[in-house]
Design a protein around this ligand. Sequence first.
Ligand code: FPP
Length: 244
Amino acid sequence: MKKPLPQHVAIIMDGNGRWAETRGRNRTFGHLRGARVAREIIEACSKRGIENLTLYTFSSENWMRPLEEVSFLMALLSRHLKRERANLVKNDIRFSAIGELSRLPPAVVNEVNETIRATAHCTGMRLTFALSYGGRQDILSAVKLMVAEGLSANSIDEKALEARLQTAGLRDPDLVIRTSGESRLSNFFLWQSAYSEIFITPTLWPDYEAAELDAAFAWYQSRERRYGRTTAQISRANNENQLA
Ligand code: FPP
Protein backbone atom coordinates (compact mmCIF):
# COMPACT_ATOMS: atom_id res chain seq x y z
CA MET A 1 0.00 0.00 0.00
CA LYS A 2 1.33 3.43 -0.96
CA LYS A 3 2.13 5.64 2.02
CA PRO A 4 0.24 8.93 2.25
CA LEU A 5 1.66 12.28 1.24
CA PRO A 6 2.90 14.53 4.04
CA GLN A 7 0.02 16.45 5.63
CA HIS A 8 2.22 19.37 6.58
CA VAL A 9 5.09 20.44 4.34
CA ALA A 10 7.41 23.21 5.54
CA ILE A 11 9.96 24.78 3.22
CA ILE A 12 13.14 26.73 3.95
CA MET A 13 13.44 28.66 0.68
CA ASP A 14 17.15 29.35 0.37
CA GLY A 15 19.59 30.40 -2.34
CA ASN A 16 17.98 33.46 -3.92
CA GLY A 17 21.05 35.61 -3.37
CA ARG A 18 23.54 33.08 -4.75
CA TRP A 19 21.31 32.39 -7.73
CA ALA A 20 21.38 36.08 -8.66
CA GLU A 21 25.06 36.60 -7.86
CA THR A 22 26.17 33.72 -10.12
CA ARG A 23 24.35 35.55 -12.92
CA GLY A 24 26.15 38.80 -12.12
CA ARG A 25 22.90 40.33 -10.88
CA ASN A 26 21.83 42.07 -7.71
CA ARG A 27 20.53 39.78 -4.92
CA THR A 28 17.09 41.36 -5.27
CA PHE A 29 16.79 39.79 -8.73
CA GLY A 30 16.95 36.40 -6.98
CA HIS A 31 14.23 37.36 -4.52
CA LEU A 32 11.97 38.46 -7.38
CA ARG A 33 12.42 35.11 -9.06
CA GLY A 34 12.01 33.40 -5.66
CA ALA A 35 8.59 34.96 -5.16
CA ARG A 36 7.48 33.64 -8.55
CA VAL A 37 8.67 30.15 -7.62
CA ALA A 38 6.84 30.42 -4.27
CA ARG A 39 3.62 31.04 -6.19
CA GLU A 40 4.19 27.95 -8.39
CA ILE A 41 5.03 25.70 -5.45
CA ILE A 42 2.01 26.91 -3.45
CA GLU A 43 -0.24 25.97 -6.37
CA ALA A 44 1.51 22.64 -6.89
CA CYS A 45 1.10 21.69 -3.22
CA SER A 46 -2.55 22.69 -3.27
CA LYS A 47 -3.19 20.65 -6.45
CA ARG A 48 -1.55 17.60 -4.87
CA GLY A 49 -3.88 17.79 -1.87
CA ILE A 50 -1.32 18.90 0.72
CA GLU A 51 -3.26 20.08 3.78
CA ASN A 52 -0.71 22.48 5.26
CA LEU A 53 2.17 24.33 3.67
CA THR A 54 4.44 26.64 5.66
CA LEU A 55 7.01 28.84 3.93
CA TYR A 56 9.92 30.31 5.89
CA THR A 57 9.64 33.67 4.22
CA PHE A 58 11.59 35.99 6.54
CA SER A 59 13.48 34.95 9.66
CA SER A 60 14.03 36.91 12.89
CA GLU A 61 17.68 37.12 11.88
CA ASN A 62 16.95 38.41 8.34
CA TRP A 63 16.42 41.86 9.92
CA MET A 64 20.22 42.04 10.17
CA ARG A 65 20.61 42.12 6.37
CA PRO A 66 21.46 45.41 4.67
CA LEU A 67 18.57 47.88 4.97
CA GLU A 68 18.23 48.04 1.20
CA GLU A 69 17.66 44.27 0.92
CA VAL A 70 15.23 44.21 3.87
CA SER A 71 13.22 47.08 2.35
CA PHE A 72 13.12 45.29 -0.99
CA LEU A 73 11.89 42.06 0.62
CA MET A 74 9.19 43.93 2.56
CA ALA A 75 7.96 45.71 -0.56
CA LEU A 76 8.03 42.42 -2.48
CA LEU A 77 6.02 40.73 0.23
CA SER A 78 3.38 43.47 0.19
CA ARG A 79 3.09 43.34 -3.58
CA HIS A 80 3.05 39.55 -3.65
CA LEU A 81 0.21 39.30 -1.12
CA LYS A 82 -1.82 41.97 -2.90
CA ARG A 83 -1.38 40.26 -6.27
CA GLU A 84 -1.88 36.69 -5.09
CA ARG A 85 -4.95 37.24 -2.92
CA ALA A 86 -7.46 36.49 -5.66
CA ASN A 87 -5.47 33.44 -6.75
CA LEU A 88 -5.47 32.05 -3.22
CA VAL A 89 -9.24 32.45 -3.02
CA LYS A 90 -9.64 30.84 -6.46
CA ASN A 91 -7.62 27.85 -5.27
CA ASP A 92 -9.51 27.71 -1.95
CA ILE A 93 -6.29 28.31 0.02
CA ARG A 94 -6.57 29.73 3.55
CA PHE A 95 -3.73 32.07 4.42
CA SER A 96 -2.21 32.63 7.84
CA ALA A 97 1.00 34.11 9.22
CA ILE A 98 3.22 33.38 12.20
CA GLY A 99 6.14 35.30 13.67
CA GLU A 100 6.69 38.66 15.34
CA LEU A 101 4.32 40.41 12.97
CA SER A 102 4.46 43.64 14.99
CA ARG A 103 8.03 44.14 13.72
CA LEU A 104 6.83 44.28 10.09
CA PRO A 105 6.15 47.63 8.39
CA PRO A 106 2.46 48.66 8.69
CA ALA A 107 1.94 48.25 4.93
CA VAL A 108 2.98 44.58 5.14
CA VAL A 109 0.85 44.00 8.25
CA ASN A 110 -2.13 45.46 6.34
CA GLU A 111 -1.60 43.11 3.39
CA VAL A 112 -1.14 40.14 5.72
CA ASN A 113 -4.36 40.95 7.59
CA GLU A 114 -6.27 41.62 4.40
CA THR A 115 -5.14 38.27 2.94
CA ILE A 116 -6.08 36.43 6.15
CA ARG A 117 -9.52 38.10 6.01
CA ALA A 118 -10.10 37.46 2.30
CA THR A 119 -9.24 33.75 2.56
CA ALA A 120 -10.82 33.03 5.96
CA HIS A 121 -13.70 31.14 4.34
CA CYS A 122 -11.42 28.88 2.26
CA THR A 123 -11.42 25.22 3.20
CA GLY A 124 -8.59 23.81 1.08
CA MET A 125 -4.87 23.97 1.85
CA ARG A 126 -3.75 26.11 4.78
CA LEU A 127 -0.81 28.27 3.72
CA THR A 128 1.29 29.83 6.46
CA PHE A 129 4.01 32.42 5.91
CA ALA A 130 6.60 32.48 8.70
CA LEU A 131 7.44 36.18 8.83
CA SER A 132 9.96 37.65 11.24
CA TYR A 133 9.85 34.13 12.69
CA GLY A 134 12.44 32.42 14.84
CA GLY A 135 12.12 29.03 16.51
CA ARG A 136 13.95 30.13 19.65
CA GLN A 137 11.84 33.28 19.94
CA ASP A 138 8.70 31.13 19.50
CA ILE A 139 9.69 28.79 22.35
CA LEU A 140 10.80 31.68 24.57
CA SER A 141 7.54 33.57 24.16
CA ALA A 142 5.55 30.41 24.95
CA VAL A 143 7.58 29.98 28.15
CA LYS A 144 7.04 33.63 29.07
CA LEU A 145 3.28 33.21 28.55
CA MET A 146 3.22 30.21 30.87
CA VAL A 147 5.09 32.17 33.54
CA ALA A 148 2.83 35.21 33.09
CA GLU A 149 -0.22 32.95 33.44
CA GLY A 150 1.21 31.59 36.68
CA LEU A 151 1.40 27.94 35.60
CA SER A 152 3.03 25.71 38.20
CA ALA A 153 6.00 23.53 37.23
CA ASN A 154 3.75 20.46 37.57
CA SER A 155 1.21 21.70 35.08
CA ILE A 156 3.83 22.46 32.42
CA ASP A 157 4.04 19.69 29.86
CA GLU A 158 4.48 19.41 26.07
CA LYS A 159 0.80 20.11 25.46
CA ALA A 160 0.86 23.26 27.59
CA LEU A 161 3.87 24.60 25.74
CA GLU A 162 2.55 23.64 22.29
CA ALA A 163 -0.71 25.43 23.00
CA ARG A 164 1.29 28.65 23.42
CA LEU A 165 3.54 28.33 20.38
CA GLN A 166 2.75 30.39 17.30
CA THR A 167 1.83 27.11 15.59
CA ALA A 168 -0.87 26.13 18.13
CA GLY A 169 -3.54 24.22 16.21
CA LEU A 170 -1.22 23.41 13.30
CA ARG A 171 0.17 19.89 13.19
CA ASP A 172 3.95 19.45 13.29
CA PRO A 173 5.57 19.38 9.85
CA ASP A 174 5.83 15.85 8.44
CA LEU A 175 8.36 16.98 5.86
CA VAL A 176 10.80 19.90 5.96
CA ILE A 177 12.43 20.75 2.64
CA ARG A 178 15.50 22.97 2.44
CA THR A 179 16.89 24.21 -0.84
CA SER A 180 20.44 25.33 -1.70
CA GLY A 181 22.22 22.40 -0.07
CA GLU A 182 22.66 23.84 3.42
CA SER A 183 22.01 21.19 6.06
CA ARG A 184 20.76 23.31 8.94
CA LEU A 185 17.42 24.47 10.33
CA SER A 186 18.46 28.14 10.66
CA ASN A 187 16.17 28.74 13.65
CA PHE A 188 13.08 27.39 11.88
CA PHE A 189 10.53 25.19 13.71
CA LEU A 190 13.03 24.03 16.36
CA TRP A 191 10.35 22.48 18.55
CA GLN A 192 7.93 21.48 15.80
CA SER A 193 10.38 19.54 13.61
CA ALA A 194 11.54 17.12 16.34
CA TYR A 195 10.27 14.17 14.26
CA SER A 196 10.02 15.70 10.81
CA GLU A 197 11.65 14.06 7.84
CA ILE A 198 14.21 16.55 6.50
CA PHE A 199 14.92 16.68 2.77
CA ILE A 200 17.82 18.77 1.52
CA THR A 201 18.25 19.52 -2.15
CA PRO A 202 21.21 21.37 -3.71
CA THR A 203 18.84 23.22 -6.04
CA LEU A 204 18.73 26.97 -5.38
CA TRP A 205 15.19 28.21 -4.62
CA PRO A 206 14.77 30.22 -7.87
CA ASP A 207 15.40 26.98 -9.81
CA TYR A 208 13.06 24.85 -7.69
CA GLU A 209 10.10 23.34 -9.50
CA ALA A 210 7.13 21.03 -9.01
CA ALA A 211 9.04 17.98 -10.32
CA GLU A 212 11.49 18.40 -7.42
CA LEU A 213 8.60 18.62 -5.02
CA ASP A 214 7.31 15.29 -6.34
CA ALA A 215 10.77 13.76 -5.84
CA ALA A 216 10.78 14.99 -2.23
CA PHE A 217 7.30 13.53 -1.69
CA ALA A 218 8.38 10.18 -3.17
CA TRP A 219 11.40 10.17 -0.84
CA TYR A 220 9.11 11.00 2.09
CA GLN A 221 6.82 8.10 1.17
CA SER A 222 9.81 5.75 1.27
CA ARG A 223 10.68 6.71 4.84
CA GLU A 224 9.74 4.72 7.89
CA ARG A 225 8.72 7.08 10.69
CA ARG A 226 9.50 5.33 13.95
CA TYR A 227 9.25 8.12 16.55
CA GLY A 228 11.83 6.35 18.70
CA ARG A 229 10.27 2.89 18.36
CA THR A 230 11.59 -0.18 16.50
CA THR A 231 10.74 -1.37 12.97
CA ALA A 232 9.04 -4.48 14.42
CA GLN A 233 6.80 -2.36 16.63
CA ILE A 234 5.87 -0.11 13.71
CA SER A 235 4.97 -3.04 11.41
CA ARG A 236 2.89 -4.69 14.15
CA ALA A 237 0.97 -1.44 14.69
CA ASN A 238 0.44 -1.05 10.92
CA ASN A 239 -0.88 -4.65 10.62
CA GLU A 240 -3.24 -4.14 13.53
CA ASN A 241 -4.51 -0.91 11.95
CA GLN A 242 -5.14 -2.70 8.66
CA LEU A 243 -7.11 -5.48 10.41
CA ALA A 244 -9.16 -3.04 12.47
C1 FPP B 1 16.69 33.02 0.92
O1 FPP B 1 17.63 33.37 -0.04
C2 FPP B 1 15.46 33.69 0.90
C3 FPP B 1 14.92 34.54 1.81
C4 FPP B 1 15.53 35.72 2.43
C5 FPP B 1 13.54 34.31 2.24
C6 FPP B 1 12.60 33.85 1.16
C7 FPP B 1 12.09 34.93 0.31
C8 FPP B 1 11.62 34.71 -0.95
C9 FPP B 1 11.54 33.37 -1.55
C10 FPP B 1 11.19 35.85 -1.76
C11 FPP B 1 9.89 36.41 -1.34
C12 FPP B 1 8.85 35.37 -1.20
C13 FPP B 1 7.54 35.61 -1.19
C14 FPP B 1 6.62 34.47 -0.95
C15 FPP B 1 6.99 36.95 -1.45
P1 FPP B 1 18.97 34.02 0.47
O2 FPP B 1 18.88 35.47 0.21
O3 FPP B 1 19.24 33.64 1.87
O4 FPP B 1 19.99 33.32 -0.49
P2 FPP B 1 21.56 33.09 -0.26
O5 FPP B 1 21.65 32.08 0.87
O6 FPP B 1 22.00 32.54 -1.56
O7 FPP B 1 22.15 34.41 0.09
